[in-house]
Design a protein around this ligand. Structure first.
Ligand code: ZN
Length: 82
């Protein structure tokens, strides 16, 4: 059974493939959306739907969970990310 992850936008538990993974790469000091290589760092998960993204951004969830500032650029990229 696959381990479920929690969306920080709506709080629902979903399969990994249904969620966007956002990882803070501490070594590079960079936040990466859906990293394809194994990157160590804090991660949060978000549904692909815009409501969850906007909700998480509005409540500064990413910033709080990843413990790093989220740039406006990254927020824009994330909202458009599909
Ligand atoms: Zn969600």
């Amino acid at each position: 059974m696959e381990h479920k992850r929690k969306c920080v936008g709506c709080g629902e538990l979903k399969d990994r493939k249904e969620l966007i993974k956002i990882t803070f790469d501490k070594q590079k000091n960079e936040v990466i959306i859906n990293p394809d290589t194994k990157i160590f760092g804090r991660s949060v998960y978000l549904c692909y739907n815009k409501m969850c993204k906007l909700n998480a951004i509005k409540k500064n969830k990413l910033q709080k969970c990843l413990k790093t500032p989220i740039s406006e650029d990254l927020k824009g990229t994330l909202i458009e990310y599909e």
